[in-house]
Design a binder for this molecule. Structure first.
Ligand SMILES: [Mg+2]
Length: 343
């Protein structure tokens, strides 16, 4: 089996801002596994919040030189995990590419491998990034194909409320709030009560990941569900945080292997936690891989590919705001015919 890769810069349609930083583009790496005329595709979208950078991904990829034959999907996935050197975005890319290859070889869509029912179509939220507040009407207009809006807050209470009020002037759609670790306990308590009157569905990661104590306090006071993101990295995190959150956000770039994401889903069900599937800003490769698990979860926030304007691939589609999985074997990726020459 041959391993190749290609670095690529995805361009954001609007500068993508959260409480920590703003980006106009992200550098990702496409990973390809090829054998018997079948190409498996994966994507690493490293996040500096987790100490991962594009050069880490590439440097580690260069060290992988002999891929042994595998008898099962799990055997291959385990081997690729061992080659990732703890770089989760790389682990995700290799797991995607491997399982894309394996399921194409076995002539089944990836969702079928996970026992997921593709007719169970979740609506995805669409993110409105923090930026020029005067652009909010335009951004709401742009979000018109989607039934749920996700907003990045966590700047400060006055500004956060201003953003929500401006959105509410334009639309009464359900809003999901992501505070991106930006609040303290008092702000979190006040905001959760205030947001509960604004048709907000839940609040994601109100406090810093190392502040589990305050999160547990807020869980019992908040009228809105509290969802873990920065606190919910991989399957090993679920048990220790189950008391402090109502649910978890699973992202492949945090947990790495798709099989660990599957394990997170099983553990979250065990602890009676709600499950969201989320993403970084990614191309259709990463988003399609995550989408194959979406019938197994409660909420989808899989809009990373909708926020860029130079996606070289096409896979998962959105129809009436809902996720439509490709039915062809594997991930079901094809080159995006509009911008085929980008790669
Ligand atoms: Mg988040």
């Amino acid at each position: 089996m041959d391993l190749t890769f290609k670095q690529f810069r995805i361009q954001c349609t609007h500068p993508f801002g959260i409480s920590r930083s703003t980006h106009d583009f992200y550098d990702i790496t496409f990973v390809y596994l090829e054998q018997e005329g079948i190409i498996g595709r994966g994507e690493a979208a490293p996040s500096k919040r987790y100490g991962e950078y594009p050069n880490h991904v590439v440097d580690q990829l260069k060290k992988i030189n002999h891929i042994p034959p595998f008898n099962t999907a799990v055997e291959g996935d385990t081997w690729f995990m061992s080659q990732s050197h703890g770089i989760k975005s790389l682990e995700a890319a290799l797991s995607m590419a491997w399982l894309d290859w394996w399921t194409q070889k076995n002539d089944q869509p990836l969702y079928e491998y996970f026992g997921a029912d593709p007719t169970h179509q979740l609506a995805t939220s669409f993110t409105i990034a923090i930026g020029d507040l005067n652009l909010i009407p335009d951004k709401i207009e742009e979000a018109s194909p989607y039934s749920i809006i996700k907003v990045k807050l966590g700047v400060n209470e006055l500004e956060d409320k201003d953003i929500i009020r401006r959105i509410r002037k334009e639309t009464d759609k359900v809003i999901r709030v992501d505070a991106n670790e930006g609040w303290d306990l008092e702000t979190g308590e006040r905001m959760c009560h205030w947001l509960a009157d604004q048709n907000v569905e839940f609040v994601e990661q109100p406090f810093k990941a190392d502040n589990l104590g305050d999160t547990a306090l807020l869980k019992h006071k908040s009228p809105l569900p509290i969802i873990a993101d920065e606190n919910s990295m991989h399957s090993g995190d679920i048990e220790p945080i189950a008391h402090a959150f109502h649910g978890i956000n699973i992202k492949l770039m945090k947990c790495g292997s798709l099989l660990d994401a599957e394990k997170m889903i099983q553990l979250a069900r065990k602890y009676d936690l709600k499950i969201m599937l989320g993403c970084m800003v990614e191309s259709s490769v990463g988003i399609t891989a995550a989408s194959h698990l979406s019938p197994l979860v409660d909420y989808a926030d899989l809009d990373g590919n909708l926020l860029i304007n130079n996606d070289p691939y096409a896979g998962v589609k959105i129809h009436n705001g809902k996720i439509i999985l490709p039915e062809s074997p594997g991930l079901g990726m094809s080159l995006n015919s509009d911008i085929e020459n980008l790669l």
